[in-house]
Design a protein around this ligand. Structure first.
Ligand code: SAM
Length: 375
């Protein structure tokens, strides 16, 4: 079957690499995601393993639609008893852009009507809608008057790994964090330090990469579990095979520092929830007065605050200048990466750039920059 894994803009090349390393067929990078072909087993394996994907979709209908009536007619051409029973609950997740249809909620409602009307005609009853926790999530994507209707294999977005119940002020999305680490070339064969670690997202995603631990391993539910062709026995076997591959211990250290006590407390809770609490070192430490990069060398990666409010930018200049000093003092043994949404502040680091990548943190354009330890 044809499948499409969605991701944040900028992460398509990394998602492509992930699919290649999982040996998926007919990989076709697109905008905001990557297409590929695979079996039900591949749906399970990719759902468990992909670190940068947001959701995996299984397209069932593509059509040109210029109005919600066109949409209704197109949806009605599907025999919905192939996908839903009267016992199912379902919901439609819709996004529209650059199309005659502009109202995503109304488009979702017409889609729901087409499905329910078909059931009413055949059975005089219909499956119920459950917006919060549907057994079957249907994805409707309309762009340039082309609609793609898909079964959503993920349900809740895949970036929700389940280890972060408490949010600190500015945690990075887990899928983006994993993508940044992979872009930087982190594979667990070097020490890792985040001197501004907040609740520890780089550290946890790094530990999971290093241990080859699939991010979906502890997830309670995937969307595909509501599909009529779902094979629970096959899924259990795929999951168990993936679980067997997880390494027990890190071969290189992972350390995080933050000036705030509550950030370190959240870090302890989150690393424990991610089953790596005893493998990651966390300490309260002010970057302005301490040197986090030791003699051993490795990779440093962090996302300093970017000062989204007026006045904050100026206050953050010393922190960015200090980062430059730390990277310079760390020397060639350290491969240093900084992720930020503020170019002026990044400029304050004052070092030569080796590489630069552009991403989006939600809607905010951001840069991941690799610095040389020289001016
Ligand atoms: C944008 S947050 C990092 C978020 C983190 N990546 C996460 O996923 O939770 C920036 C962090 O830098 C920390 N910080 C700011 N100034 C610092 C300093 N001088 N020394 C150490 N940490 C500092 C803040 O407390 C904050 O937790």
């Amino acid at each position: 079957m044809r499948l499409f894994a969605t991701c944040a803009r900028g992460l398509e090349p990394i998602l492509t690499q992930e699919l290649e390393s999982l040996r998926q067929g007919n990989i076709e990078p697109g905008k905001g995601g990557v297409g590929f072909s695979g079996s039900l087993e591949d749906v399970y394996r990719t759902s468990l393993n992909l670190r940068t994907a947001v959701r995996i979709l299984r397209p069932i209908l593509e059509s040109e639609v210029w109005s919600t009536d066109d949409l209704y007619q197109a949806v009605a051409t599907i025999d919905w008893s192939q996908y839903l029973t009267l016992q199912h609950t379902f919901a439609i997740d819709c996004n529209v852009k650059d199309s005659e249809i502009t109202h995503s909620l109304y488009a979702a409602q017409r889609t729901k009507d087409a499905i329910c009307d078909q059931f009413m005609q055949k059975f005089k009853r219909r499956p119920s809608v459950n917006l919060d926790n549907p057994m079957m999530l249907i994805n409707l994507h309309i762009s340039a008057n082309q609609m793609i209707l898909s079964l959503d294999a993920s349900g809740d977005s895949l970036h929700k790994r389940g280890y972060r119940p408490i949010q600190n002020r500015a945690p990075l999305n887990e899928a983006l964090t994993a993508g940044l680490l992979m872009t930087a070339g982190y594979d667990g064969s070097m020490n890792l330090v985040d001197p501004l670690c907040g609740s520890g997202t780089f550290l946890i995603e790094g530990a999971w990469i290093a241990l080859r631990r699939p991010p979906g391993l502890t997830r309670k539910r995937f969307g595909f579990q509501g599909w009529l062709d779902h094979d629970q026995g096959l899924y259990s076997r795929v999951r168990e095979a993936e679980r067997q591959k997880v390494a027990k211990e890190l071969t290189h250290s992972i350390q995080g520092f933050d000036i705030r006590r509550d950030a370190i407390d959240f870090g302890h809770m989150n690393t424990k929830a991610a089953s790596v609490g005893n493998q990651i070192q966390l300490a309260r430490q002010d970057l302005m007065t301490t040197m986090p990069l030791g003699e051993s060398g490795g990779m440093m990666i962090c996302n300093p605050p970017y000062g989204e409010r007026i006045g904050e930018e100026r206050d953050l200049i010393p922190l960015y200048r200090r980062l430059g000093e730390v990277i310079r003092t760390g020397g060639e043994k350290w491969n240093c990466w900084v992720f930020s949404g503020n170019r002026n502040l990044l400029h304050e680091i004052g070092l030569k750039k080796r590489n630069e990548y552009r991403f989006f943190n939600g809607k905010i354009p951001c840069w991941l920059i690799n610095y040389e330890p020289t001016k």
